[in-house]
Design a protein around this ligand. Sequence first.
Ligand SMILES: C[S@@+](CC[C@H](N)C(=O)[O-])C[C@H]1O[C@@H](n2cnc3c(N)ncnc32)[C@H](O)[C@@H]1O
Length: 211
Amino acid sequence: MVRAPSLERMRRHWDRQSAGYDQKMDRAERLFGDTRTWVCRQATGRVLEVAVGTGLNLSLYPEEAAVTGMDLSPAMLDLARKRAAELGRDVDLRVGDAQRLEFEDASFDTVVCTFGLCAVPDDGGAVDEMVRVLRPGGLLLLADHVVSTSAPIRLLQAAIELYSVPVENEHFRRRPIEHVMAAGLAILRHDRFKKGIVERVTARKPTPPVL
Ligand SMILES: C[S@@+](CC[C@H](N)C(=O)[O-])C[C@H]1O[C@@H](n2cnc3c(N)ncnc32)[C@H](O)[C@@H]1O
């Protein structure tokens, strides 16, 4: 088991990464294909984006969606704020920890997280928090890079994690969908491509039975 760095260290890490983040992601977007659009066009109503980063998804949400974004890094959020202003989009952006969301139970119609759960220390805890703040019947939309279906790539991912987990808490062998199913959500849409490395999920929080 490789030890993850502290949350404070991670905040400083992402603050330092912020300036070069969009350019770095530009290269990765080829691997992700249309994933950001796939996710964002399904979002409706009060939307919470967890680990919103520099706000790369902000231009893709339907106009009528009321978007709140949260992230660990104030510097990433500064760039998201700038992007929202350039888009003329009113977005509530807040510093926080995905593992302890500061929102009331059932306060969002949609919760989104793209390429964020790979970086959160307790991804299962973060999924549970997303489910908590989602209203019954609401949608959880996730996309991330996950463990490959190819054995040689899995070996490579394990080797990369020897560096990436202790230094930047970047995980390459997770499957957030497992936490989503464990939390009892119904999987409505799901696909996985590029040797299984990219996975995206639409899940619905169950509504309690009427007695
Ligand atoms: C790879 S970036 C993804 C950013 C954005 N979601 C995107 O799709 O481009 C990972 C983000 O997770 C954030 N993050 C890491 N740990 C977090 C935590 N515990 N709570 C909230 N955000 C966190 C980082 O600050 C960073 O912005």
